[in-house]
Design a protein around this ligand. Structure first.
Ligand code: Q46
Ligand code: ZN
Ligand code: ZN
Length: 327
């Protein structure tokens, strides 16, 4: 197996591109893919200062490394979700990455700052853990990006993530979600610009990038993700990809090129759900409690805090066992 560029021994084969790369040229390929995505979708301009949502996993740490390599002065934001050992380890990887490279990592710990954690919020409110988690993260990331005067909020969603979300939204014809499924959402109405520069790289590629760049990341999956529908969608798409390499790219980028604009003026099924699926944003009224944009008087984050803060902490294993049993 030889590198397509230099002919040296290759370390990775990318069937969807019908190409193999040596370590050097694979790293360059990743940078080029991210650079191309940033340019094509006008995500960031030279000199802009982004805030990156950091989880301690391969995607967000690869994203951080790539942004810094491309010259963006990028700070990270880590939210401590209180998901037992998983969160402890995630925080450790995020902190180590930042301190080894002299980068600035801002931290918000849900338990310390708001007196709740994700397992307890899910148990108290009856929400699916990922829904309580997505709502919390979205609120805190948006807030930090706006309050910190960052030019954009960056997330490390990769091609597998976006194709799986698209698959789920298409299965249910969630037009309102599909309308918002773009790699760039412009700033406005109190929200920051949101960008996803990693959408041309797959999970396998970001993992390989981390290994080749010497980036240590949390390999374990979140215990709350067991049975998550997105895991099933990813598996389905992986099956297709084996049969027909390039399917995920065609599905996602084909949607952006040929369908996203057409859906713009479609009437929606107007769900006010803000689960982590690309749902619409709340309306423009400032929340009476925290000032964030929201539909009613109090935003969904403040309502979540009201319902769960101070509740008896629920251990992770109770929730993850319950989630597996009910899915
Ligand atoms: S951390 Fe949170 Fe993910 Fe865990 S609870 Fe679900 S959403 S799976 S990215
Ligand atoms: Zn090479
Ligand atoms: Zn609020």
């Amino acid at each position: 197996m030889k590198c397509r560029v230099c002919g040296d021994g290759a370390v990775i084969d990318l069937r969807r591109h019908n190409a193999n790369f040596c370590a050097d040229h694979f790293v360059r390929y990743c940078r080029q893919q991210v650079e191309r995505t940033i340019d094509q979708f006008e995500m960031l301009s030279p000199g802009e200062r982004p805030l990156l949502a950091v989880s301690g996993g391969k995607d967000s740490l690869a994203m951080w490394d790539l942004l810094v390599e491309l010259g963006y002065d990028t700070d990270g934001l880590y939210v401590g979700l209180g998901i037992g050992d998983y969160s402890d380890q995630a925080g450790h990887y995020a902190r180590r990455f930042a301190s080894d490279r002299g980068l600035r990592l801002v931290e918000v710990d849900l338990r310390q700052r708001y007196d709740y954690d994700i397992p307890t919020a899910a148990a108290t409110t009856g929400r699916v853990p990922c829904s309580a988690c997505g709502l919390s993260k979205r609120h805190l990331f948006d807030r930090a990006a706006v309050d910190g005067n960052y030019d954009a909020l960056v997330t490390g969603h990769n091609l597998d993530d976006e194709a799986a979300v698209l698959y789920g939204n298409t299965l249910r014809w969630q037009v309102d979600y599909l309308q918002r499924q773009r790699p760039v959402l412009p700033a406005g109405r109190g929200f920051p610009r949101k960008v996803k520069p990693l959408v041309r790289l797959t999970e396998r590629e970001t993992a390989a990038y981390c290994v080749l760049r010497g980036i240590d990341y949390l390999v374990d999956e979140c215990p709350m993700a067991a049975g998550n529908k997105h895991v099933a969608y990813k598996e389905a798409l992986n099956g297709l990809e084996v049969q027909s390499p390039g399917s995920k790219t065609e599905f996602y980028f084909g949607f952006l090129a040929r369908m996203a604009d057409r859906l713009e003026d479609e009437p929606t099924n107007d769900s006010s759900d803000t689960s982590d699926t690309g749902a619409r944003r709340d309306g423009p009224t400032p929340c009476g409690r925290c000032g964030s944009p929201c539909d009613g008087e109090i935003c969904s984050f403040c309502r979540l805090v009201d319902r769960t803060a101070g509740a008896e902490p629920v251990p992770v294993h109770v929730l993850s066992t319950r989630a597996k049993a009910t899915r």
